[in-house]
Design a protein around this ligand. Structure first.
Ligand SMILES: [Zn+2]
Length: 55
């Protein structure tokens, strides 16, 4: 399946990973693979665990 990028200017979806072929604006990955929300929740989990031990 092809990876789609989204233009930040005109919201056009394109296969071009760098620029939008429609308006020449910058594109962004709608689902950035670097971002991991699980790490954020992991912090809260560890805090909650520590709190329960202290009680
Ligand atoms: Zn565009």
């Amino acid at each position: 399946m092809a990876h789609l990028y989204k233009c930040t200017k005109c919201d056009n979806y394109t296969l071009n990973p760098k620029i939008c072929p429609k308006c020449g604006g910058p594109v962004s990955d709608p689902k950035p693979p670097k971002y991991s929300p699980q790490d954020k929740y992991g912090v809260y989990r560890r805090k909650a665990k520590r709190a329960s031990i202290n009680v």
